[in-house]
Design a protein around this ligand. Structure first.
Ligand SMILES: *Cc1c(COP(=O)(O)O)cnc(C)c1O
Length: 400
C-alpha cells in the first residue's frame, strides 16, 4: 500500500485475527493464540460467547437504535440490573470508559456548584488512567499522555496513589474540593493494588468533608477482580462508579452509576448521548451480566486468579529479573526489574497474547473469566519458560 490510511495512534503487533472462540484467537494464517489479555479486560466471557452472540444477533434483527427521546425498556432493565449489582441508585449510559468518566466528572462539578462551590476541584491520583478525552486526559496521571495537548482541563488536584495523608493535607488546604476520583486498582500504570484500608480511609475523608467518592471501575468492574465491582472486596459504598470495558464483552457500552445526591444531580438538558444505551448495546450487556451470574464468574475469577498467581510465584519468584508478582482476581502483573517490552512480541510468537505496561516493566495479564484450568496451566508453563529464557539472554548481554 502506498499510503497508510490510519492515523499513527497505536504500536500494533504484526498479527490480525479473523475468528475467536473462548480463550483463543485465530489469525489469518491459521495460527491460534491463547488470549491472556481479553482485548484489554473487555472480552471477560471470552470470544464469541454463545449467550452474547445470540443476544446481539436477535436484537440486531429487531431494533438497533431508537433515541433517548423515547423510553428504552432494555436500558431500564440493564439499569435495574446494574443498580442491584452495585447497591447504588441510578445509571447513565455512555459508549466508552472515557465517556462514563466524563459523566462522573460532570456530576462532581454540578454537585459542587449546587452546594455553592464556585470552582469545584476533584482529587485524582498519580499514575491514574481515566481516558483520552480532554477532561479524562487531564484527570489521568501520566505526563507523557498529556504532553502536547495543553491547555489541560482545570479543576483536578493530584495526590500520590495509596497515600491517605496526602489527601488529608489537600483537604486541609483546599476549600473547593468536591470529590475524589480513583481506580480501586490502577490498571494502565501496571496493576497497582493499594492497601486494604485505602478506599475505606478515602470514604471517611469524603464523609467528613462532604465530598463524593467516585470510583473508576472501567477496568476492574464486571467480575474481573473476583467481585462484580472491586470495591465489593471492602465495606465501602461509593457515591459514583463508572464501568465500561467488560460490560458489553466487546460491544461498546459505558455506564456511570450513582447513589443518593449524586444520582439526582442531572436534569433533562444537563447531559446526554446520541448512542448511549441503545437497545442493541443494552441487550449485549444484559447477556453479559446474566452470564456472569449464571456461570458464577466472579467466584471463578477469584479462584482462577489465585491459581495463576500461585503458579507464577512458584516458577518465578526470587529470580533476579523479577521484581514482584501481584494480582487480584484476573488482574495480574509480573513486574520486571528492567523494561521488557519485547516480551509481548516474543509471547505472541509462542502463541500467547499479553501486554506490557507500566513503563515497559509490567507484564499485564487480563485473561477471560471463562479460561479453563488447562488453559491457565498452559499459560503459566509457556510464559514462565519464555521469561526464564529471556532473563538468561538479557543477563548474558554485555552491560551498556
Ligand atoms: C480503559 C480505561 C478507561 C478508558 O476507557 P475507554 O473505553 O478507552 O474510553 C478509563 N479508565 C480506566 C481505569 C481504564 O482502564
Amino acid at each position: 500500500m502506498s499510503q497508510q490510511p490510519l492515523m499513527n495512534t497505536y504500536n500494533r503487533l504484526s498479527v490480525s485475527f479473523e475468528r475467536g472462540e473462548g480463550s483463543w484467537l485465530y489469525d489469518t494464517n491459521g495460527n491460534k493464540y491463547l488470549d491472556a489479555l481479553s482485548g484489554i479486560a473487555v472480552c471477560g466471557l471470552g470470544h464469541a460467547h454463545p449467550a452474547v452472540t445470540q443476544a446481539i444477533s436477535e436484537q440486531a434483527g429487531k431494533l438497533v437504535h431508537t433515541s433517548n427521546l423515547y423510553s428504552i425498556p432494555l436500558q431500564e432493565q440493564l439499569g435495574a440490573r446494574l443498580t442491584e449489582l452495585s447497591g447504588l441508585d441510578k445509571v447513565f449510559f455512555a459508549n466508552s470508559g472515557a465517556e462514563a468518566n466524563e459523566a462522573a466528572i460532570k456530576i462532581a462539578r454540578k454537585f459542587g456548584h449546587a452546594k455553592g462551590v464556585e470552582n469545584p476541584a476533584i482529587i485524582v491520583m498519580e499514575g491514574a488512567f481515566h481516558g483520552r478525552t480532554m477532561a479524562t486526559l487531564s484527570a489521568t496521571g501520566n505526563r507523557a499522555a498529556q504532553a502536547g495537548f495543553e491547555p489541560l482541563v482545570a479543576g483536578f488536584i493530584r495526590a500520590p496513589f495509596n497515600d491517605v495523608e496526602a489527601v488529608k493535607s489537600i483537604a486541609a488546604n483546599n476549600k473547593n474540593v468536591v470529590a475524589i476520583f480513583v481506580e480501586p486498582i490502577q490498571g494502565e500504570s501496571g496493576i497497582q493494588i493499594p492497601d486494604a484500608n485505602y478506599l475505606a480511609d478515602l470514604r471517611d475523608i469524603c464523609d467528613e468533608q462532604d465530598w463524593l467518592l467516585m470510583l473508576d471501575e472501567v477496568q476492574t468492574g464486571n467480575g474481573r477482580t473476583g467481585r462484580y465491582f472491586a470495591y465489593q472486596h471492602t465495606v465501602v459504598v461509593p457515591d459514583v462508579v463508572t464501568t465500561a470495558k467488560g460490560l458489553g464483552n466487546g460491544f461498546p457500552i459505558g455506564a456511570c452509576i450513582a447513589k443518593g445526591r449524586a444520582a439526582e444531580t442531572f436534569a433533562p438538558g444537563s447531559h446526554g448521548s446520541t448512542f448511549g444505551g441503545t437497545p442493541l448495546a443494552c441487550a449485549a450487556a444484559l447477556a453479559v451480566t446474566e452470564t456472569i451470574e449464571k456461570e458464577n464468574l466472579c467466584a471463578r475469577a477469584e479462584a482462577l486468579g489465585q491459581h495463576l498467581l500461585e503458579g507464577f510465584k512458584d516458577q518465578l519468584e526470587g529470580m533476579d529479573y523479577i521484581k514482584e508478582i501481584r494480582g487480584k482476581g484476573l488482574m495480574l502483573a509480573i513486574e520486571l526489574t528492567e523494561a521488557g517490552t519485547e516480551l509481548a512480541v516474543l509471547a505472541k510468537v509462542k502463541g500467547i497474547l499479553l501486554n506490557v505496561t507500566g513503563g515497559g516493566r509490567v507484564i499485564r495479564l487480563l485473561p477471560p473469566l471463562t479460561m479453563t484450568d488447562t488453559e491457565a496451566d498452559l499459560l503459566i508453563n509457556t510464559l514462565t519458560k519464555l521469561i526464564k529464557i529471556y532473563a538468561a539472554d538479557e543477563r548474558s548481554k554485555p552491560r551498556k
